[in-house]
Design a protein around this ligand. Structure first.
Ligand SMILES: [Zn+2]
Length: 284
């Protein structure tokens, strides 16, 4: 399984990061794709992805006691752990009220030139908290789409209470081979069809698929199988039976099970198709 969206470099995991990653590995998670939010946490993101660069199938030599010092929050464990791959981008809400948002874009641009990222993300438009920064969020979104096209990378799109605005931007790039993932997808069939008409886009299914009322039982059976990927959005959006707790990639199994139940297929089938889709979009 591939967790296509997890902020596991955040402080939330400093106390038990190695154990959390081991649980993910034991649950069958081979890759965790880590979206950037702002420059305040770039160091953490890059440090994590620098230390967990190998696939869980690869054997690692056991660490000595000195190497696994407790002060090192990102120390790899002796057993296989998921490969963590970084994305790079400015989250739309980081633009709100931030006089330095254009500098943030320049930092993103410099990072992307190094060629070590699997996607531009997370980027998009979020009008949930305020409508006041729509022009800035739109410009940031567009500039980051241009970067994705320049470096031939997918985009990880965050869209909250902003479907018309987000689709208006995406549709300006029709015919440009833009590809990516609609993270934490919250639209309906109409939005699904408009996005898939633009190019190779997949849709992130996360914890909400396990909640009592959600859009997925109606939507998933109508979607093409090659459009579905799994994500946790850890530390947020924990699935039932952990709703409200700190989320973690090992709990992707609950999301996988819910998708399998809705589609009346085996969990192995969900694993296989969503893993293939994530590999295709993110070039893993
Ligand atoms: Zn996110």
């Amino acid at each position: 399984m591939i967790d296509t969206h997890g902020h596991i470099y955040l402080e939330d995991y400093d106390a038990d990061r190695a154990e959390m990653l081991e649980r993910a590995s034991q649950a069958g998670v081979t890759h965790i794709l880590c979206p950037a939010v702002s420059s305040a946490t770039h160091d953490r993101l890059l440090e994590l992805c620098g230390k967990y660069p190998k696939t869980s199938q690869e054997k690692r030599p056991p660490l000595t006691c000195e190497q696994s010092g407790a002060d090192d929050n990102f120390a790899p464990t002796a057993v296989g752990v998921p490969t963590c791959r970084p994305m790079m981008g400015v989250h739309p809400t980081e633009v709100n009220g931030n006089e330095g948002w254009r500098e943030e874009l320049e930092i993103v641009e410099d990072h992307l030139a190094t060629g070590r990222f699997c996607a531009v993300g997370e980027v998009g438009i979020d009008l949930h908290w305020s409508h006041d920064f729509l022009p800035q969020q739109t410009e940031a979104f567009e500039r980051q789409i241009e970067l994705a096209l320049r470096y031939d990378l997918p985009i990880a799109v965050h869209c909250r209470d902003a479907w018309a605005e987000t689709l208006a931007v995406l549709e300006r790039y029709r015919g440009r081979n833009l590809r990516g993932v609609m993270h934490a997808f919250s639209g309906g069939m109409a939005e699904y069809q408009r996005v898939t008409a633009l190019g190779d886009f997949v849709f992130g299914v996360g914890g909400p698929v396990t909640y009592k009322r959600n859009l997925w039982p109606e939507l998933l059976p109508q979607m093409a199988r090659e459009h579905i990927v799994l994500e946790t959005d850890a530390p947020w959006l924990a699935p039932v039976p952990h709703r409200g707790e700190r989320n973690e990639p090992a709990w992707l199994t609950y999301i996988q099970a819910a998708v399998a139940a809705i589609l009346s297929v085996s969990e192995a089938e969900v694993d296989e198709s969503t893993t293939q889709n994530a590999k295709r979009i993110f070039g893993l």
